[in-house]
Design a protein around this ligand. Sequence first.
Ligand SMILES: Cc1cc2nc3c(=O)[nH]c(=O)nc-3n(C[C@H](O)[C@H](O)[C@H](O)COP(=O)(O)O)c2cc1C
Length: 201
Amino acid sequence: MVPSILNGKTVAFALSGSFCTLAAAVAQMRVLRELGAKILPVISHHVRDMDSRFGTAEYWRRQILEASGAEKIIDNIPDAEPIGPKHLCDIMIIAPCTGNSISKLANGVIDTPVLLAAKSHLRNAGPLVIAVATNDGLSANARNIGKLLNDKHIYFVPFGQDNPSGKPNSLVAQMDQIPHTLELAWQGQQIQPILTCQAPA
Ligand SMILES: Cc1cc2nc3c(=O)[nH]c(=O)nc-3n(C[C@H](O)[C@H](O)[C@H](O)COP(=O)(O)O)c2cc1C
């Protein structure tokens, strides 16, 4: 097998509060580790604090620690700040990335550990990969996704409509494409095609 270009790289893996897609994203941490990457996990305040029908905050903390192999999770703004200045990662992904985090990132609002990690990493012109998961991707957040698609150093995991008849504005990334998207982003390339045709739920 050809070794992955991610072998030996540190991936800041940030998770925001799309609770129904957390499991699929966390599973990709294991795949990245198998490819030789080191994972630096980062979570938003909501992932840190919120219990939902998809699991308690404590449950997700344990899942993330186990999947990432990390000793700690960056879950507050002061701990996220050094990511850029101290070059703590080579590449960063936000997966899942909520509509809330997409809109803030697109408009320079930085008020969660995930967003400060992204800002801090972009300061170094490092590649940032986004895996969207939001019900308003084709409505209120379409303009923000469009802006980020056109921004330097930002790459997207292929995404599509997950339920066009039931949730016509919803967009979700194909989390199993995360490793390959990161490999290409590290080389300055956007994986193609960006738009996927997903089977209706
Ligand atoms: C059970 C549950 C599921 C949610 N799923 C999503 C989702 O898939 N996508 C999304 O954009 N927001 C979702 N939200 C709303 C976000 O958690 C909310 O907008 C929050 O402010 C996101 O903050 P963050 O981006 O800092 O994590 C969900 C909320 C709950 C309680």
